[in-house]
Design a protein around this ligand. Structure first.
Ligand code: ADP
Ligand code: ZN
Length: 667
């Protein structure tokens, strides 16, 4: 989450003492390793070179000398190496050298005379040359030095790659990053007005703590930024530091996970010491849930995390808030945090950093296109409308993709087409060039997509279809139908949800009508339809059977909106039946609609097969031509007419505008 490039140039103010002792340890380890390696190499070398030598006695040597088998002799420090005459008919293994121990009482002068007499050449200088010291230096000191050099090079490259010393042992990845000035201000954070408002007080406090301490007011030591990844929590924290013009210290909770006992705690201590030295300052702890998870004794707990958490709690309690150190922490899972962290005087303030709404998305696009040349035709409002559900990071990514596309195509400015195309890249992956579908598969995908589009287009209460394509995308979708909402919606009526269900099931319905088969291509649709139907029955009070009874509650509104059933088991199973009934009736409706417009389905599918991608307008020109002939045959989706009670916007986020389909199995 900390994908700010600035972090790379930050210095790491971790303590020097620790680093020194670690260095000494590392050098010792390297020396031992080099010694062992040299010993091994020496042993192997000696045994290898001896393998060629056969040991003979001095008498045998004299015998060979007399027999004329010896061609030359080499004097070595501890032995005589004897080269046999090559002509002598000896087996391969014995033909190389003869070896004998070097006898103390042997008189070299006398031996040389004997050798001369047999006209055997010898190298006599060898003995004097290799003094024991030189031998020692060459066979021990030099290899050890070479080995040491090699090992330390290896270590260094490994350290770089793994971000920790000695293969990650003993050194932690958790680095404290410090920025003297973040250079980020509130102007860089689009939307999030409520969050900014809550943070203004903290900025004022950092500007002049005396104002608050004079009155005796105690400011919260920390605030918890809660929101999905990419919504701008890190950015906000940096903006607070930037606005207050104080240093920004940051550390990420996830770095602590794989650490050894004690290291995490010392890092935390370090962090607070550093910050206190330069106070006022901001300390930012990203992904605090990685450290601050509820301490569970069930599985024996995680000693390291517990120690780190305890140290963190101790530091928060210990520091004097009048000094002007404020801790901001980010998480998307506040519910799993240890209660101790949320107690008064710790992170007792929660600041929600929501997914941006239409206005927020527009502003985010504006912020990120500030330094980008835009063509005349660019309409950021349209892009903002199409990106319901996207977070700030997605939008930043989208703008960058668009700029890259413009450069690739050799243009000087980004146009609307670039933005629309990169919207598809960000949401549905890039266009797949290599995937080849068989003709039958292509036909099935085409009918499937037109099935979705037609069910939507033939009814009221739907979002207009803006694009249908059967060009596969890298996301694995073989095709998709894009629906663009006309305006941002937070409320959906039962009718609209029913039509959404029918639209989702329209793909499978078309496959069944035309080919009489069911394919794996609909699995994603079925997944989404089931999820929606379950919400309608268990949360939105939209089933006749259960009426307004809530059968499940949202346990985690900030992450994925996952729910928990809170009813009897038997109720849960009849809820399942109800969901099944709802899905079955929507599927039947979708089938009926498509059957009634079978020729239209064929026509459009054929057209899509030819063109691979068609626009919503092209689709509607087909649909309008047909519906003029058959006035007002539009079915109403079997809704019972009662508008739903206000659904919580967080519970029913605007539907993602794309309906990608899973690839069929085996393709
Ligand atoms: P989080 O910490 O919530 O996961 P970040 O703050 O790291 O998200 O956001 C990642 C990037 O997304 C930011 O660097 C910024 O470019 C962009 N971004 C996210 N939210 C916003 C926003 N509200 N306004 C402008 N840019 C944003
Ligand atoms: Zn589908």
């Amino acid at each position: 989450m900390n994908n700010d490039p600035n972090n790379q140039n930050n210095k790491n103010p971790s303590s020097n003492q620790e680093d020194d002792s670690r260095k000494v340890k590392r050098i010792l380890v390297l020396i031992v390793a080099a010694l062992i390696a040299t010993l091994l190499i020496n042993t192997v070398y000696t045994s290898l070179s001896n393998a060629y030598l056969q040991k003979i006695t001095y008498t045998e040597f004299l015998e060979k000398l007399d027999n004329g088998e010896v061609s030359s002799v080499e004097f070595q420090s501890d032995r005589l190496v004897i080269l046999p005459r090559s002509e002598s008919e000896k087996p391969e293994s014995q033909r190389r050298y003869f070896y004998t121990g070097w006898f103390e009482n042997l008189d070299p002068a006398e031996l040389m005379k004997t050798l001369d007499a047999h006209s055997v050449t010898y190298s006599r200088a060898v003995v004097e040359q290799t003094s024991p010291i030189v031998t020692f230096i060459f066979s021990w000191i030099v290899p050890v030095l070479v080995m040491y050099g090699l090992f330390s090079l290896l270590m260094r490259s490994m350290t770089k790659r793994m971000g920790g010393g000695l293969g990650g042992i003993g050194e932690s990845k958790a680095k404290v990053y410090m920025e003297k000035q973040t250079g980020v201000t509130f102007a860089d954070v689009a939307g999030q007005d409520e969050a900014k408002e809550s943070l203004v007080e903290i900025i004022d406090f950092l500007h002049n703590p005396q104002k608050y301490t004079a009155i005796g007011a105690k400011l919260p030591k920390g605030a918890l930024l809660v929101g999905s990844p990419g919504t701008g929590k890190t950015l906000l924290a940096k903006a607070v530091a930037g606005e207050a013009n104080v240093p920004f210290f940051s550390i990420s909770g996830s770095d602590f996970v794989e650490m050894f006992v004690g290291v995490g705690a010392s890092r935390v201590r370090d962090l607070f010491q550093q910050a206190a030295k330069v106070a006022p300052a901001i300390i930012f702890i990203d992904e605090i849930d990685a450290i601050g998870r509820t301490r569970d004794s069930k599985f024996g707990g995680n000693d390291e995390r517990e120690q780190t958490l305890n140290q963190l709690l101790a530091e928060i309690d210990g520091f004097d808030s009048s000094k002007g150190v404020v801790i901001l922490a980010a998480t998307n899972r506040p519910e799993i945090l240890d209660k101790a962290l949320l107690r008064a005087g710790r992170f007792d303030r929660r600041i929600i950093v929501d997914r941006p709404n239409l206005a927020g998305r527009y502003q985010t696009l504006r912020v990120h296109t500030r330094n980008i040349k835009l063509a005349e035709d660019v309409d950021l409002h349209k892009i903002a409308q199409a990106t319901a559900g996207a977070v700030g990071a997605d939008l930043a990514n989208l703008v960058n993709e668009a700029a890259l596309r413009a450069v690739r195509q050799g243009r000087k400015a980004v146009n609307q087409q670039d933005l629309l195309a990169s919207f598809e890249v960000v949401i549905a992956g890039t266009e797949k060039k290599g995937t080849v579908l068989t003709d039958t598969e292509k036909r099935i995908v085409a009918y499937h997509e037109v099935g979705h589009a037609l069910v939507a287009a033939l009814q009221k209460h739907t979002q207009p279809v803006s694009k249908i394509t059967i060009v596969p995308h890298t996301s694995g979708a073989l095709g998709y139908t894009m629906q663009m909402p006309e305006e941002e919606k937070f409320l959906s009526s039962r009718e609209e949800l029913v039509v959404e269900l029918q639209t989702l099931l329209g793909g499978r319905a078309a496959e069944q009508i035309v080919f009489g088969i069911a394919t794996t291509g609909a699995s994603n649709d079925i997944d989404r339809a089931t999820e929606l139907a379950r919400k309608m029955v268990t949360q939105y009070g939209m089933s006749d059977k259960f009426g307004l009874m809530a059968l499940s509650t949202v346990s985690n509104p900030y992450l994925d909106g996952s729910t928990m059933m809170n009813c009897a088991d038997s109720t849960a199973s009849s809820a399942d039946e109800e969901i099944q009934k709802l899905l079955a009736s929507c599927f039947a409706d979708a089938k009926r609609i498509l059957q009634e417009h079978r020729s239209l389905l064929d026509e459009i599918a054929l057209y899509l097969l030819q063109k691979e991608t068609i626009t919503g307008d092209e689709l509607m020109s087909y649909v309008n031509a047909e519906t003029k002939q058959l006035p007002d045959s539009t079915p109403d989706g079997g809704a019972d007419g009662a508008p739903a009670e206000a659904a919580d916007p967080a519970e029913h986020a605007p539907a993602a505008p794309v309906q990608p389909d899973d690839p069929p199995a085996g393709s």
